[in-house]
Design a protein around this ligand. Structure first.
Ligand code: BGC
Length: 472
């Protein structure tokens, strides 16, 4: 036996594997999950059923993907995580590309994430003002897109009511309100510039639209980052809540809410239940809490705690850090699963967490990470397969070839998240296009498509979207 101690590893892992069993979802189980999601999607689209639907299926009023002829200069705002960004984007028709002219990042401190809506929008308006000054853009009129990555009931492209906060935000006085109105009010409070209208976009839609400019077969946008969600082009005749039968409309599924009605009870583990109970939004976004970056690290930490209590790890000794909520960051999972340096990374991370480990411990920790991230990837694959297959059936096709625009740190950084997304869709060939700066550029693209559609006599979108800056 070598220094790695093969035998003890095998002995321990049998018990460890037993504890990890509830996270392993068979192909059969994933198909059941997919069937449930399919039914929930139909419920979300229905005129009389959407009120109670866990999967909201929100109409976005985006009725066309880019055709490559869009052009112009745009401003894009992007709020979805701990940062707020303002971008100046140029869309160039000749070269079919979007260029980020410049951008500015403003951190959103925790006090603001949990403060009042007024504080949040004042902070955003201040950041925008600073950017316009730095770019010498005050006094110009540029169309503006606002990527706001939270579930919103979109009344029109420039009227969007926040249904609920997710991903650690909980600003008072915003749920149930029109986000565009709150932004405009904050800008008016400042009085140094003004805007006329804004195209509101979810980040999934931004991702689909920015990838759609590069590849016109892109009709799905998916995010696996701090949160998770997907959007896709649905046939208008199935969008019962919006008048009109012709053409298509992009639907923001808000699949993060899948399971909020208890439909995933059979696959939730005791650890998922603790993560939910101790979150700032218990009972909400059940599916997201099993998948996305905001929660994966915490699930791993809870499993490690349990295994240590059972004396299957660290000789039964828990460190202060491991006992503390959210100390095991999701990025550690990717680092520990790195094919070459993973084990070395695991050792460093465990030492930093104040744990006394041996090689068997490091391997068990890696197994725990692999189990949790692989469940996340398999659940996403099942959900994506549901959407892709819905598009195929909608079009009455035996086979479908389609492109999915993808963004999010978990998808981009995790070494094994990208492969294995195909196994549930034998009738469909899926191409994944990783978006660069999708949220920001996509908002500009939605605005650009809105603009070019508004020039056509049968414009199916919104009136021209304008951004006016007063310079006084
Ligand atoms: C939000 C979605 C968003 C997703 C990814 C979720 O928490 O509800 O609107 O698309 O995160 O950012």
């Amino acid at each position: 036996m070598n220094q790695l101690g093969f035998l003890p590893f095998v002995c321990i892992s049998v018990q460890v594997v037993k504890h990890l069993e509830p996270f392993r979802l068979s192909l059969e189980k994933l198909k059941v999950v997919s069937t449930r999601l399919r039914k929930d999607m139909i419920r979300g689209l229905g005129k009389h059923t959407h009120h109670r639907a866990a999967v909201k299926m929100l109409p976005t009023f985006v009725r066309a993907t880019p055709d490559g002829t869009e052009k112009g200069d745009f401003l894009a705002l992007d709020l979805g995580g701990t940062n707020f960004r303002v971008l100046h984007v140029r869309v160039m028709e000749e070269e079919q590309k979007m260029v980020k002219m410049d951008s500015q990042l403003c951190a959103i401190p925790q006090e603001i994430m949990l403060g009042t809506g007024e504080q949040l929008f004042d902070h955003i308006a201040a950041c925008l003002s600073e950017f316009l000054d730095s770019q010498n853009l005050k006094g110009q009129t540029l169309p503006m897109g606002f990527t706001f990555s939270f579930p919103c009931e979109q009344k029109e492209i420039d009227k969007s009511i926040l249904i609920r906060w997710t991903k650690g935000f909980n600003c008072s006085g915003v749920e149930g309100e029109d986000v565009v109105k709150l932004l405009k009010e904050a800008i008016h409070r400042r009085g140094d510039y003004d805007i006329s209208s804004v195209a509101m976009v979810n980040d999934t839609v931004g991702t689909m639209m920015s990838c759609g400019y590069r590849d016109q077969t892109c009709e799905i946008g998916m995010i696996i980052g701090t949160g998770t969600n997907a959007c896709y082009m649905e046939e208008m005749k199935n969008v019962k809540r919006v008048e009109g039968e012709d053409g298509q409309m992009c639907i923001n599924t808000e699949w993060g809410g899948f399971g909020d009605d208890g439909s995933l009870e059979d696959i939730l583990t005791e650890f998922d239940k603790v993560v939910d109970r101790t979150s700032i939004n218990p009972g909400v976004h059940t599916f997201e809490k099993m998948i996305s970056g905001m929660y994966l690290g915490e699930i791993v930490r809870l499993v490690l705690m349990k295994l240590t209590e059972k004396k299957l790890l660290f000789k039964g000794e828990v460190s202060e850090a491991l006992r503390t909520k959210e100390t095991f960051e999701t990025k550690f999972i990717s680092m520990i699963e790195e094919p070459d340096s993973g084990l070395e990374n695991a050792k460093k991370i465990l030492t930093e967490l104040g744990l006394t480990w041996d090689l068997v411990d490091a391997r068990v920790v890696r197994l725990v990470c692999e189990t949790i991230s692989s469940r996340s990837a398999r659940l996403c694959a099942a959900a994506l397969a549901t959407i892709v297959d819905r598009i195929r059936v909608n079009r009455g096709l035996p086979h479908l070839k389609t492109t999915v625009g993808v963004d999010g740190t978990v998808y981009k950084k995790h070494p094994k998240m990208q492969p294995s997304m195909h196994f549930l869709t034998p009738d469909c060939k899926i191409k994944f296009l990783v978006s660069e700066d999708g949220s920001g550029k996509g908002a500009a693209m939605v605005t650009a498509v809105a603009h070019s559609l508004s020039k056509h006599p049968h414009c199916m979108m919104v009136p021209p979207l304008c951004f006016t800056v007063r310079n006084d």
